[in-house]
Design a binder for this molecule. Structure first.
Ligand code: NAD
Length: 316
């Protein structure tokens, strides 16, 4: 039976992943953790929670020992835009924090899942239909830590036999928790503002194509890859996965099908735009499809219907 520790469990992915995995494996077998006990009550009420700073290797080891953990899902990280504002801290958390997780996993014989990102690519990567194995020379500190993390995870698999797996997530869209400071966050904010103000000023410029995915598909990707037959895995860290690719005009057009008066304007943030310009337009996720049966459920159309529905309920 799996005993799972989720680090950074109070963020955008963790708040949803924790509840999903508790349904799958039982509440007591999924240990949520974070820097502070501040987040939605349902996380703390439905199962165990530990304070774990991944920069504190002893804290990671103690939480794993206390709960007899055999799988760590490492979601603790600084995301792209935040990381660019504090590269030193981003390097420390995203690299040294991951190193602490891998060391504890090596000592315990535990499996590790760590998300990478489309940020692991850079301006010299083929931008359209970006292959699984291609040039990875990112120009952001976030991207540097994501490539470094992929390599470190593959190293721990090859050198020590640690069962490391990961996916390169595109921008993730969700309504439960707000995103943590990424470049694709505009595609979440646009839904909130469409419902609240009927207008939105995008910090990403028109014509900027990026890959995106709805959170239920992201959760499914983590669970499916974690449970995939290891003998079928040619790759490990990390698989290209995607569900859709769009620019601000295209998502606005989809929203207008439901809110015809919705107005999109632009207030471009040069730092976030430069990051977006260095990322692919669309990923080739055929290796994930072949090696572990990846298949997203949501398109831009079906995601927009669900987002507007769930968010209008949430916003009252
Ligand atoms: P998030 O920012 O919403 O959550 C990250 C959590 O980590 C936060 O709750 C934060 O408090 C916590 N954290 C920060 N430093 C920590 C530390 N030292 N110890 C323990 N916890 C710490 O991020 P998310 O969107 O949930 O992303 C999770 C993972 O998925 C990250 O590795 C991220 O790079 C990756 N990812 C996310 C997206 C996306 O669009 N959300 C896309 C690609 C990849």
């Amino acid at each position: 039976m799996r005993k799972i520790l989720i680090t950074g469990s109070l963020g955008q992915i963790g708040t949803e992943l924790t509840m999903y995995l508790r349904e799958q494996y039982g509440n007591d077998n999924v240990i949520a953790s974070g820097l502070r006990k501040e987040g939605p009550d349902y996380i703390f009420e439905s199962g165990p929670f530990e304070i774990v700073d991944i920069l504190n290797a002893q804290q990671v080891a103690d939480a794993c020992e206390k709960h007899n953990v055999n799988t760590v899902i490492n979601l603790a990280a600084l995301l792209s835009a935040v990381a660019e504002g504090n590269p030193q801290l981003a390097y420390n958390i995203n690299m040294n924090g991951l190193f602490n997780i891998l060391e504890v996993a090596r000592e315990r014989g535990a499996a590790v899942f760590t998300p990478s990102s489309i940020a692991a690519f850079g301006p010299s990567t083929p931008a359209d239909n970006t292959p699984q194995d291609t040039i990875q020379r990112p120009t952001t500190i976030y991207g540097v830590t994501k490539v470094g993390g992929e390599l470190l995870c593959d190293y721990y698999y090859k050198r020590f036999g640690v069962d490391t797996r990961g996916v390169r997530f595109p921008g993730l869209i969700s309504y439960k928790a707000l995103p943590g400071g990424g470049t694709t966050d505009y595609a979440v904010h646009i839904y909130y503002e469409a419902l609240k103000q009927k207008k939105y000023a995008s910090f990403i410029d028109k014509g900027t194509q990026m890959d995106m995915m709805y959170m239920p598909d992201a959760i499914k990707a983590i669970h499916d890859l974690m449970e995939a037959d290891p003998s079928k895995l040619v790759h490990r860290n990390a698989f290209n996965v995607t569900a859709m690719s769009f620019d601000p005009e295209k998502i606005a057009a989809e929203i207008r099908k439901h809110i015809p008066e919705f107005e999109l304007t632009y207030d471009v943030d040069p730092v976030k735009q430069a990051i977006a310009n260095s990322w692919p337009n669309s990923l080739d996720d055929s290796c994930a499809k072949e090696e572990w049966g990846w298949k997203p459920d949501y398109t831009l159309e079906t995601m927009t219907i669900d987002m507007l529905d769930k968010l209008s309920e949430k916003l009252g």
